[in-house]
Write a protein that binds this ligand. Structure first.
Ligand code: HEC
Ligand code: HEC
Length: 219
């Protein structure tokens, strides 16, 4: 863990302890909750949706230290959570918690959250708008668009917004995108996924740079 992360780790846990009394203990004694079923329940029940989203907004104040206000990160290597598909975010939380995706800090933090805090926070982020910036190098972004329109659109959509099943990538942070694509390409390490490994296997570093320039600029 870098020094910056150590600092935020301590800060975030101090905040968790004050904003979510008992959260760290309570999750241990509860039977496992099917997070997707709880999300579907809230999506079908406006009162529950409002309650959980409000709960999630409070939790998101802790996340804002790294993921930014309303989930719009200002750090190129930390992902935006704003506008992200709630099912995708819940799946990533499961992967952090069970070790399929590895990042010590997120693992500890997610294990300390209750099921309703997790569902609420992803519902809150889904209501937030991603802030994007126009491409700095339009020629590079145009190359990236050509690549994207051949391969990536099939799952992430031609606007990069994804779906219930696939991640939104439009407007995502550049350095985070590049690192993530290289991790998938290597097929081993802290983050793997067979579908993404198949679809990045033939990418050169230059292809990745171009696709990142395009995807980051997508609204
Ligand atoms: C100390 C900084 C820090 C804090 C605080 C933090 N995160 Fe993260 N989070 C990260 C980093 C860094 C990553 C990217 C990890 C990687 O590269 O795989 C990440 C990734 C994620 C992801 C995966 C996103 C994606 O696009 O795949 C989710 C979901 C997430 N965090 C949720 C949260 C929630 C919810 C909170 C607040 C309860 C939170 N994080 C607080 C640093 C933080
Ligand atoms: C066959 C479907 C499929 C195709 C085609 C595909 N992806 Fe994905 N993508 C996925 C899946 C599934 C995930 C979630 C994997 C996981 O849980 O880690 C994902 C995750 C991602 C992520 C991580 C998002 C985040 O917030 O961390 C990025 C970035 C990404 N894809 C970019 C791309 C790019 C760029 C292309 C084209 C070169 C592409 N994908 C093509 C299925 C696909």
């Amino acid at each position: 863990m870098s020094l910056t992360f150590r600092f935020y780790y301590a800060l975030a846990f101090a905040l968790l302890a004050t904003s979510m009394p008992g959260a760290a203990q309570s999750s241990k004694h509860q039977p496992p909750v099917d997070l997707s079923a709880r999300l579907a329940e809230a999506q079908a029940n406006p009162q529950l949706a409002t309650d959980l989203t409000l709960k999630g907004r409070r939790v998101a104040m802790v996340c804002a230290n790294c993921h930014g206000e309303g989930g719009n990160s200002v750090k190129p290597d930390i992902p935006n959570l704003a506008g992200q598909n709630p099912n995708y975010l819940l799946e990533q939380m499961r992967q952090f918690a069970d070790g399929r995706r590895r990042f010590d800090f997120m693992e500890g933090m997610i294990k300390a959250m209750s099921a309703d805090e997790k569902v609420g926070v992803v519902m809150f982020f889904a209501t937030q708008t991603v802030l994007t910036t126009p491409a700095k190098d339009p020629a590079l972004a145009a190359k990236g668009k050509a690549y994207f329109d051949k391969i990536c659109f099939r799952c992430h959509g031609s606007d990069g917004h994804g779906s219930q099943a696939f991640a939104r990538i439009a407007g995502q942070q550049a350095a985070y995108l590049a690192t993530t694509l290289k991790r998938y390409r290597s097929g081993q390490g802290t983050r793997t996924n067979p579908l993404m490994t198949d679809n990045t296997r033939h990418m050169t570093d230059a292809d990745i740079e171009a696709v990142v320039a395009y995807v980051t600029s997508l609204k």
